[in-house]
Design a protein around this ligand. Structure first.
Ligand code: B12
Length: 220
């Protein structure tokens, strides 16, 4: 049943039928939380599109079309979860960025939506951020947590380098590493008391619940 939904969603994206994709998402939203849409529909649909692309069953242009449609659907899902729904300046802060040269960002964008919904203040810096630029923004805003995303195995050295640099920040922010790289490879050697490797949004929900204990009220 679920498999059919994500395949159907992928089909709509590949056919450029954004309206149909939106209708399907809206229908599913009446029965499921946003997290389900992110984790069990959109993500597997994009992975499925990756498989079709790898097998040459779709073209690069098809895959770009699907990516653009998917980006639109995620933005639409985010609409309504505005920062100013939550007034307190005491809210926790997270900065999200993609490792230098990394172009895959849809997952990171979902993480931004995830935290906005939780009432956090979010700075989503998108993909491909060089370390020095990331550091100047981070030092300026002093987030409680930094989220780093990467997809490709050859990003491992830069992920390690960025994680080490973030670990040395004076106020010891939490650091979460995610993305395809975290799902496919064992990054446990990067984990410390400060650094967590998170394989997906369901796991992020668990990590979040643990961190939430003892933390200021996020929504007041
Ligand atoms: C769309 C896409 C692209 C788009 C990306 C556009 C964009 N805006 O993101 C474009 C066209 C740019 C692209 C380019 C490339 N791609 Co590409 N791409 C894909 C595709 C089809 C989907 C990616 C995606 O959006 N997935 C859906 C998201 C939601 O999944 P996700 O990122 O894993 O996120 C989830 C979790 O990981 C988590 N998460 C993500 N980030 C974070 C961060 C934190 C902090 C946390 C907690 C969690 C978290 O949240 C999400 C929900 O659980 C994948 C297929 C796949 N299997 O992923 C190939 C894929 C990743 N790409 C691939 C390749 C080869 C490339 C290129 C090298 C192709 C080329 N020759 O140019 C380039 C590299 C570009 C670069 N410099 O980075 C390969 C990688 C294979 C490999 N061996 O590593 C794949 C697997 C396709 C394939 N089957 O061959 N790609």
């Amino acid at each position: 049943m679920t498999r059919k939904h994500y395949e159907k969603f992928a089909e709509y994206l590949l056919q450029g039928k954004e309206g149909e994709a939106v209708k399907l998402v809206d229908k599913l939203l009446t029965e499921h939380p946003r997290l389900y849409l992110f984790e069990d529909i959109i993500t597997p649909a994009m992975y499925y599109i990756g498989v079709l692309w790898e097998k040459n069953e779709i073209s690069v242009a098809d895959e770009h079309l699907a990516t653009a449609g998917c980006d639109f659907v995620i933005s639409r899902l985010d609409a309504g979860v505005y920062e100013n729904n939550f007034k307190s300046e005491k809210r926790k802060k997270i900065i999200l960025l993609g490792a230098e040269e990394e172009q895959h960002y849809l997952g990171l964008k979902m993480v931004a939506g995830f935290y906005r919904e939780k009432g956090w203040r979010v700075r989503y810096l998108g993909p491909n951020l060089p370390l020095d630029h990331a550091l100047s923004q981070i030092k300026d805003w002093q987030p409680d947590v930094i989220g780093l995303s990467a997809a490709l195995s050859y990003r491992l050295p830069v992920v390690k380098q960025m994680t080490e640099a973030f670990s040395q920040l004076s106020w010891s922010p939490g650091i979460i590493i995610g993305g395809r790289i975290a799902k496919k490879y064992d990054l446990s050697n990067l984990e410390t008391g400060q650094v967590r490797v998170v394989k997906g949004l369901a796991e992020l929900e668990q990590v979040h619940n643990v961190w939430k204990a003892g933390v200021v009220d996020e929504t007041s």
